[in-house]
Design a protein around this ligand. Structure first.
Ligand code: HMG
Ligand code: MG
Length: 303
């Protein structure tokens, strides 16, 4: 049996990835409250919002207000998405700890999501990375469609490695390998991860798995077997990408924490408080949490 990591770091991307897909506007105060509740639960890294075009993603149009409204706590890192210099320039005064540039292993998805080719995206990211570093910020890279694309179908690991290398060349510090539409299965995910690990150290590679086909926990386990110990997850299982039709939410943070607790792997997260955060945002959205663990623990409480 392989040795699994003893500690896992989770980034809750619920306020960003989770809410970006919501059609109805969510009030800034609810977004800020969600961030507070995630901190109460022990999350040490939260992806708060994105500085993208409000015409493309209206839900993130209150990015500055959200960053102003969140209660900052020592030891918690707050990251935001910045696809270009305009986004970075707007983000910097709001004082994020990290920024995220997001590219794709698939040409078609790059076009649909950020309106440019993969090569052009790297050209746009290069000055963003340099300016973020000059401002003392860490830069995470997100690599969408690492195993499958809603437009191109299967993605070969060579395509992943090509973009990983390009991101590394422009100085991106961390590589988040994303299964945008949740079609990955453990061996395919491992094959994509191997390519990221050829260029980034273990502690700078993370998994970001949407759970559309119910494979995300298996895929996280497959990553644990490789020693990978950083993952994105979204409280209540919220999320999706507006430019990846049919893609549902990220793996629910509650589900990941439950599995890791069962494996004896530390996360520093209090699952009951996390369930409270999931219940809170779900009630604001007018539906039960997607998280199976969240629903089970709420039912247990009610019973
Ligand atoms: P574009 O139209 O090519 O940009 O959009 P442009 O430079 O030609 O500018 C057009 C207009 O947008 C101009 O305004 C700009 O000022 C404005 P106008 O003169 O027409 O009034 N603009 C901006 N406004 C605010 N903030 C900005 C910005 N940039 C330009 N940063 C752009 C290019 C990237 C902006 C656009 O395509 C966009 O906003 N896309 C949004 C993509 C997005 O947010 N997708 C979801 C997040 S990624 C994701 O979910 C995947 C991930 O979770 C991993 C995974 O699961 O795969 C990370
Ligand atoms: Mg995503």
């Amino acid at each position: 049996m392989s040795t699994l990591p003893t500690h896992v770091s989770l980034v809750d991307v619920g306020p960003r990835d989770g809410l970006q897909n919501e059609k109805q506007p969510v009030a800034t105060e609810h977004k800020a409250r969600l961030v507070s509740m995630l901190q109460d639960a022990g999350l040490k890294h939260i992806e708060v919002t994105s500085f993208v075009s409000p015409k493309w993603v209206p839900q993130m149009g209150d990015n500055e207000a959200v960053m102003a409204a969140i209660e900052r706590r020592a030891g918690v890192r707050y990251s935001v998405l910045t696809p270009n210099m305009k986004g970075l320039e707007a983000a910097l005064p709001t004082q994020p700890d990290e920024i995220v540039v997001f590219g794709a292993a698939s040409e078609a998805f790059s076009q649909k999501n950020i309106n440019c080719s993969v090569a052009d995206s790297i050209e746009r990211f290069a000055p963003v990375v340099a300016a973020a570093h000059a401002a003392g910020l860490k830069v995470r890279g997100a690599l969408s469609c690492a195993v499958g694309c809603p437009y191109e179908g299967d993605i070969h690991p060579d395509q992943v490695e090509r973009v990983v290398r390009l991101m590394k060349d422009i100085g991106v510090d961390h590589m988040g390998v994303a299964d945008t539409i949740g079609v990955g299965t453990p061996r395919r995910i491992q094959a994509a991860m191997e390519r990221a690990l050829k260029h980034y150290p273990l502690h700078e590679v993370s998994g970001h798995f949407h759970d559309t086909y119910g494979q995300a926990l298996s895929n996280i386990y497959a990553c644990l077997e490789m020693g990978i110990h950083s993952f994105d997850a979204s409280v209540a299982g919220l999320g999706g990408c507006p430019y990846a039709k049919g893609a549902t939410g990220n793996v629910a943070t509650e589900d990941v924490v439950f599995m890791l607790n069962g494996l004896g792997i530390e996360t520093g997260i209090d699952i009951d408080k996390l369930v409270n955060a999931g219940a809170y945002i779900s009630s604001q959205l007018g539906r039960p949490p997607v998280s199976r663990v969240g629903r089970a623990l709420l039912a247990k409480r009610a019973g």
